[in-house]
Design a protein around this ligand. Structure first.
Ligand code: NAP
Length: 272
């Protein structure tokens, strides 16, 4: 549908943001349902998140996706936070409730839904080693714990791993690299793998049969870690399904419609 005077606008803010796949995902979803909505990307520099949230109010933007480096600043700028966003102190999605702006975080549910849909895995009772302790690691550790799993955090900086465990609680813990041997799922939640010359995020010789290896990196689609895991006969998943499912939850929150995941997946070359 061609944008017109009644078109409702959603957007992503971030820096950088021109590489984002979110416009493709959401615009495919709007088109599939014939909704008079459009989704655009706004580069917003570090330190300008509060102004971007104010602009959302002024311009009547219906929904906002939030990516690096603004997830924490937006949590401080909205009127209310969902329980998950409040625990994480990070927002990846803003919705409107009348005049009030509500901060949500859909990364964790996106991750769990991607496990269900692509690997037929239910986290309940499973142990997952998460490499990294940043925003993405926090979201998936909390979701894993809330779904009855155990999150084990392996990070370069011990203090960040300890802070994550304090937030998530449950059976989560800080671990060393050899914990990978005992895991059901191993997740790379660092940016390692985005560049060709990056080192592997952990010693892949610790992997063993029966495990699943998930890389949250989605560009490239097959990182060196996933190549190594496949060579060992393990189940693998890249970051695209999590990206799709977290977007699907945002779509649902903004429009009230069930997200057309098949059309959205197709727009980013993913088969469900
Ligand atoms: P972040 O908050 O900046 O956290 C990065 C984490 O990686 C930190 O724990 C950091 O360790 C660690 N790290 C960074 N460089 C490292 C290196 N050279 N060696 C070892 N550890 C390193 O980033 P994020 O937002 O969590 O994102 C992490 C990754 O997940 C990115 O690749 C991002 O694109 C991806 N992601 C994917 C999705 C999806 O939907 N698929 C969603 C969100 C994020 P320190 O604590 O020691 O600094």
């Amino acid at each position: 549908m061609t944008p017109n005077a009644n078109t409702r606008v959603a957007a992503v803010i971030g820096d950088p943001v021109r590489h984002s796949l979110s416009p493709r995902l959401h615009n495919a979803g709007f088109a599939a349902l014939g909704l008079d909505w459009c989704y655009v990307a706004y580069p917003v520099a570090d330190g300008q998140a509060e102004q971007a949230v104010e602009a959302m109010r002024t311009l009547g933007i219906e929904g906002l996706s939030v990516t690096m480096p603004h997830k924490k600043s937006v949590a401080a700028a909205v009127d209310d936070l969902s329980a998950t966003a409040a625990r994480l102190g990070a927002v990846n999605c803003v919705t409107r409730a009348g005049d009030r702006l509500i901060g949500e975080n859909t990364d964790g549910v996106g991750f769990v839904n991607s496990l269900h849909s692509q690997l037929q895995i239910d986290p309940n009772g499973l142990t997952m080693v998460i490499v990294g302790a940043g925003g993405a690691a926090r979201s998936i550790a909390l979701a894993m714990t809330d779904h009855g799993g155990r999150a084990c955090i392996l990070n370069r900086t011990a203090r960040s791993a300890e802070e994550l465990v304090e937030i998530v609680g449950g059976e989560s813990s800080v671990v060393q690299e050899d914990a990978i041997r005992e895991a059901d799922l191993v997740v790379n939640a660092t940016p390692l793998g985005m560049n060709n010359d990056d080192p592997l995020p952990f010693d892949v010789d610790l992997l063993k049969k029966g495990q699943s290896v998930i890389d949250l990196v989605y560009q490239p689609k097959k990182t060196a870690l996933l190549v190594e895991a496949e060579a060992r006969g393990l189940k693998t998943l890249n970051g695209v399904p999590m990206l799709l499912h977290q977007a699907g939850e945002q779509f649902r929150l903004w429009t009230g419609h069930e997200p057309p995941l098949g059309a959205m997946a197709e727009a980013v070359g993913l088969t469900l």
